[in-house]
Design a binder for this molecule. Structure first.
Ligand code: PCA
Length: 215
């Protein structure tokens, strides 16, 4: 089995992105699955081109995109990608779309094929906090999650794909008092556990577990 794991480069005012830092430190194999690591730009559309090229080249069974979610205190597997680009800040190429569809002929939303509840359970079993998230936002993270789902419907029907957001690193919150953070080694441990759950659940549906939220 082959899993393509991507991490974004730094964006906004940050000089570091825990996503690519953690992805770079993942082991080469997890529970027998080969891990292909890829850095992608925090840029609308270009990020999707880079991932598309890698899918064509590597023919992975799974794609897991990883991104920073500043302000979150847990690792958060994402349930749903929505068809909207709405940037709070410009991307790394200076582009700031407002209320634009990602793909005019795409579905309003796509659900991930990843076992997000099993992933959350595995992260907690590794001793780290996890929450199933029902929104990946409207910036480049939601964008790449949506774009890979769209590619799947058009070109790669066997592909299973999804997204996980991760917290700030401690060094990023020195200037952000009262914001949560997680040590890089813990993020790597949590991602490794989550990927392990993907491998173990391959061919099966997600576990039944209470992860719902009222709001
Ligand atoms: N996080 C941003 C984009 C890149 C990243 O790591 C997001 O959540 O959209």
């Amino acid at each position: 089995m082959k899993i393509l794991v991507t991490g974004f480069d730094p964006f906004g005012s940050d000089k570091i992105n825990p996503a690519i830092e953690a992805v770079k430190r993942l082991p080469a194999t997890i529970k027998g699955a080969k891990i292909i690591k890829l850095e992608i730009p925090t840029v609308f559309n270009k990020s999707a081109q880079v991932v598309h090229q890698a899918i064509v080249k590597e023919q992975p069974d799974y794609v897991l995109n990883v991104g920073q979610a500043g302000g979150r205190s847990a690792l958060t597997p994402e349930r749903v990608a929505i068809n909207i680009n709405d940037g709070r800040i410009p991307d790394n190429d200076g582009y700031q779309p407002l209320d634009e569809p990602i793909q005019p002929d795409g579905d309003t939303a796509y659900f991930t094929q990843l076992p997000i509840k099993a992933m959350a359970k595995a992260i907690r079993a590794a001793g780290l906090p996890a929450i199933v998230s029902n929104t990946a936002g409207t910036y480049v993270c939601n964008h790449i999650f949506y774009q890979v789902q769209y590619m799947r419907t058009k070109e790669f029907p066997k592909l299973k794909a999804g997204f996980i957001h991760i917290p700030f690193l401690p060094e990023q919150v020195i200037t952000r008092p009262n914001q949560p953070s997680m040590a890089l080694a813990d993020i790597v441990k949590g991602l490794t556990a989550a990927i392990g759950a993907i491998v173990e659940r391959d061919g099966q549906s997600d576990i039944k577990a209470v992860e719902g939220q009222n709001h």
